[in-house]
Design a protein around this ligand. Structure first.
Ligand SMILES: [Zn+2]
Ligand SMILES: [Zn+2]
Length: 307
């Protein structure tokens, strides 16, 4: 099983500025199936950028009705259903994602819901995704009051995702028993912001849940300027739980027998390669003769255009 981060930006400003990418994360080979979680803006593009295929997903999970979590959901559903021509996969999300709640959502059109199994989860609800995999909705306290985190359970592990939430007393109960805990930790240190966890409150949660591995993601601008890696090290030290700060293109190759011994790899950025090829082409073109030709061509374009 692999967890791949296609984005680690959190909140509006990190997302709008794309200081970090915002494509959510993928869980691949979870009992043979692949899932895309919280596909924010750019999820489709980032999928290709890191050499993955959006067509081989078996599910799209959307925790709540905020743009940085649902923006690319519909296009990924199209990829999953071969452009809505095949019945395939599962869409899991909060009631706000499917039906709308107060001013939030809905985030997926009836059309896009129509070719996949729909699972709507409230906190505490449990559903089977397939034979050996179940999923439980976890409570959040956040801007979208109907939002959820979730916990996936297989015969081999429990994987928990807090999504966006502030810390509260019974948060630990929803994530109890997690082997891996992925969390939105928007801010460093004590600087909590409404509806979100900071490193400080996440450390408290880790002491209670005691997973084998924790991964922080969904970083706001303050966290990015303070360096998430430094924060993760401090969280590890204070909580006693091995904690990683996710980065764009990071893959955690999960060792199911020894989760604390899981391996990290970095995916190659395919777009970077494209840019390099382009640069080479431009260099090749910029011999004197080619440059003169370009100039001529440019002039004729301009002439045609200005006619
Ligand atoms: Zn968010
Ligand atoms: Zn949110």
């Amino acid at each position: 099983m692999k967890i791949t981060f296609l984005g680690t930006a959190g909140g509006r400003f990190s997302t709008i500025s794309q200081k970090r990418m915002s494509g959510g994360f993928r869980i691949d080979n979870l009992e043979g199936k692949n899932y895309h979680v919280d596909p924010g803006p750019g999820a489709l593009v980032r999928t290709y950028q890191f050499g993955l295929d959006p067509r081989n997903i078996d599910g799209v999970f959307i925790s709540h009705a905020h743009t940085d979590h649902y923006n690319d959901a519909e296009i990924l559903i199209e990829a999953m259903t071969r452009g809505m021509t095949h019945e395939n996969g599962v869409i899991m999300g909060s009631p706000s994602v499917f039906k709308g709640y107060q001013q939030w959502g809905p985030c997926i059109s009836k059309y896009h819901r129509s070719k996949s199994r729909n699972i709507i989860l409230k906190p505490g609800d449990k559903a089977k995704i397939n034979k050996n995999v179940s999923i439980k909705g976890c409570k959040t306290i956040h801007g979208d009051p109907a939002g959820i985190g979730f916990q996936i359970e297989t015969n081999h592990l429990k994987l928990s995702y807090t999504s966006d939430t502030k810390y509260f007393d019974d948060l630990k109960d929803y994530h109890e028993g997690a082997d891996i805990l992925i969390a939105s930790v928007l801010r460093p240190g004590y600087k909590a912001i409404k509806g979100h966890m900071s490193s400080r409150t996440f450390t408290d949660l880790l002491k209670e849940v005691q997973p084998k591995l924790a991964i922080i993601t969904h970083f706001g601008l303050k966290m990015l300027s303070d360096n998430p890696v430094k924060e993760a090290k401090r969280i590890s030290k204070e909580s006693g739980v091995k904690t990683l700060a996710a980065y764009d293109g990071m893959v955690v190759d999960v060792n199911l027998k020894r989760i604390d011994k899981s391996k990290i790899t970095s995916l190659k950025d395919e777009n970077n390669k494209l840019y390099k090829v382009e640069r080479k082409t431009v260099e090749q073109l910029s011999t004197k003769k080619d440059a003169a030709d370009d100039l001529k061509m440019g002039k004729s374009y301009k002439k045609d255009f200005n006619k």
